[in-house]
Design a binder for this molecule. Structure first.
Ligand code: ZN
Length: 313
């Protein structure tokens, strides 16, 4: 397969490191302001000497840190200064990524709630489902949260603003229509819904699900079909590279891509969005990968690389 032939250059640990250096260069100034604020605002509080070093450097013996000229209203913490309010730097600065961890560990206890039907444009469908699990009982909902956390860390390192549709902080759901709305309201540049599949033993590998062209009721995917395919294709290529896993042998004819019009989370999205089924939780060989934290980190890396590649163009 030609997955490694994706012409997009690899995204950058190097670039994000450069971003960190830029932040480090700002540190002495902002630390000085912070220290002045700390000293004036809470005189009795001792601070770690490592943090106070930059502010007092060059003034040995002077126990009163000098605030920089601009810090005269030094009761204002420097987190409100322009240097901080600009937010993180990095190649994805200014980009918003919504991560949708598939299902919810609490769904098992709320079958009536998650079975309620919601409108997905084309038809009505269950609010949410419990998801699958490995034969040993590792649930898809646990898996999706773990991978989503890893993915968030990687994207934030590159400067992206990352939001979750849920973080195991609610009893069940959200419903699939709410999950879609979440990305729309965040005006996300990219949304990924993370899943593990539940198919027959012997069915192996991952696939990315793209929105079909749907125009019905509240669903209109005409604007997102193209960009979502671009996003999905990049994720497939990077996922292969990061995990060494082959695309699905049971969906997508070896492309790692599937197109569906029955998923409310895609039908109702106004912003580029894909689902990823990271593997088949019911296959023992795939399950061995999905239950390995090391593999999950690689999976998250593959997704992060694909998303970065898409966002950087
Ligand atoms: Zn799922």
């Amino acid at each position: 397969m030609s997955y490694d032939e994706n012409p997009t250059p690899a995204t950058g640990p190097r670039r994000s490191r450069r971003g960190l250096l830029a932040v480090a260069a700002l540190a002495p100034t902002t630390l000085a302001g912070w220290l002045a604020w700390q000293v004036m605002g809470s005189p009795g509080e001792s601070r770690p000497s490592k943090e106070s070093t930059p502010a007092t450097a060059g003034k040995p013996g002077d126990t009163t840190p000098q605030a920089p000229p601009s810090a005269s209203p030094s009761l204002v913490p420097p987190t409100a200064s322009p240097a901080f309010s600009k937010g993180p730097s990095g190649p994805l600065a200014g980009k918003v990524v919504v991560i949708d961890p598939g299902h919810n560990p609490g769904n098992f206890r709320h079958s009536r709630d998650i079975n309620k039907l919601v409108d997905i444009g084309t038809n009505r469908k269950e609010c949410d489902t419990t998801g699958t699990s490995t034969n040993a009982g590792y649930t898809e909902a646990e898996f999706t949260l773990d991978v989503s956390h890893r993915l968030r860390t990687l994207l934030e390192k590159q400067g992206a603003r990352v939001e979750f549709t849920h973080d195991n902080d609610r009893p069940f759901g959200p419903c699939i229509d709410e999950r879609a709305r979440f990305g729309n309201e965040a005006e996300a540049d990219a949304v990924i819904s993370v899943h593990g599949d539940g198919s027959a033993e012997g069915n192996r590998g991952f696939h990315v699900i793209l929105p079909a062209l749907v125009k019905s009721g509240a669903a209109d995917t005409s604007k997102i079909v193209g960009p979502s395919r671009d996003l999905g294709e990049r994720i497939v290529g990077k996922f292969v590279r990061a995990t060494g896993s082959a695309p699905s042998n049971y969906v997508g004819g070896g492309t790692g891509l599937d197109v569906r019009k029955d998923l409310g989370g895609l039908n109702l999205s106004d912003v580029p969005k894909v689902f990823i089924e990271c593997g088949n939780m019911r296959d023992p060989k795939d399950a061995a990968l999905l239950t390995s934290p090391g593999w999950r980190q690689k999976a998250a890396q593959g997704m992060a690389d694909g998303i970065s590649s898409y966002l950087e163009g």
